[in-house]
Design a protein around this ligand. Structure first.
Ligand code: FE2
Length: 267
């Protein structure tokens, strides 16, 4: 059995352009890193908001675990997927009466267990249960199964993300932020061995406002009225972060961000 595990975490996939970006760019990262497990945030993978059965199936052709966030509830079909697909996560700190789970333990490389935990922030977002306490509760269970634990913290505020990173330093292998759709350049390994990145970025239209057609986003700001939002097409970016983790201690050995940009020939 190898001593370390290779993990690829892909930033929010935005609509069909995001799925095309996966087709275009993911093979190069798989070739480069040979990841044992690929995790991706799919809360906006269908039409730029929510997820459907078909899109879920398509993403599971590439990802081992799909994380999400506030938009997981936006399509009825996505809620149905949550009920029957344990590898599709919703943030653990939504009230318990909701369908779905906030954590999943995956077995890779013939028996190495990798825990994936999804949490959501509360700053500039809807009020939820405390993500710090939800982390404590989930980790009690997860840590009985494995030391290798990846957290997707779907949150808006950098401060809340950094605070959770420090709070979980030494308790999990990585805290990776999602939701802002812009990759940050603050990747590091904290002193007790937790890899940290404020935001993994997004996978979708490159010439866009966080994945949405720029003209529509500009109109929204010019008029202060709701506008139709569609995923931006054209050039495609895949943002991701690669991690190496010691399977015995669960500590991170390496963190490296990736951004691949290019044109797809897919229609
Ligand atoms: Fe989100």
């Amino acid at each position: 059995m190898p001593d370390k595990i290779r993990v690829l975490f892909v930033g929010d996939v935005i609509g069909r352009p995001g799925r095309r970006a996966l087709n275009l760019h993911l093979p190069a990262l798989v070739e480069k890193y040979s990841p044992s497990i690929i995790i991706g945030n799919g809360e906006n993978a269908a039409g730029g908001i929510g997820i459907t059965e078909d899109v879920c199936r398509e993403l599971f052709g590439k990802f081992d675990v799909i994380t999400s966030g506030n938009h997981i509830w936006d399509k009825k079909e996505g809620i149905e997927c949550l009920k029957r697909e344990p590898r599709l996560l919703r943030p653990a700190n939504y009230p318990d009466r909701n369908p779905g789970m906030g954590a999943y333990v995956c077995e890779v490389n013939g028996g190495i267990k990798v825990g994936v935990l999804n949490l959501q922030g509360r700053v500039f977002m809807e009020p939820l249960e405390c993500p710090f306490r939800a982390a404590d509760e989930s980790l009690e269970n997860l840590r009985m199964q494995t030391n290798v634990i990846i957290v997707d913290f779907h949150a808006e505020a950098t401060s809340e993300k950094q605070a959770l990173g420090w709070y979980l330093d030494g308790k999990v292998s990585a805290v990776i932020g999602t939701h802002t759709h812009v990759q940050t350049a603050d990747e590091k390994i904290l002193p007790e061995g937790t890899a940290y990145l404020t935001d993994a970025g997004m996978t979708g239209g490159y010439n866009s406002v966080i994945g949405i057609k720029k003209e529509q986003a500009i109109q929204r700001f010019l008029t202060s009225r709701p506008h139709r939002f569609e995923p931006a097409k054209g050039r495609l970016i895949l943002s991701a972060v690669y991690l190496e983790i010691d399977i015995h201690s669960g500590k991170a050995l390496r963190i490296k961000t990736e951004n691949l940009i290019g044109n797809s020939s897919e229609e």
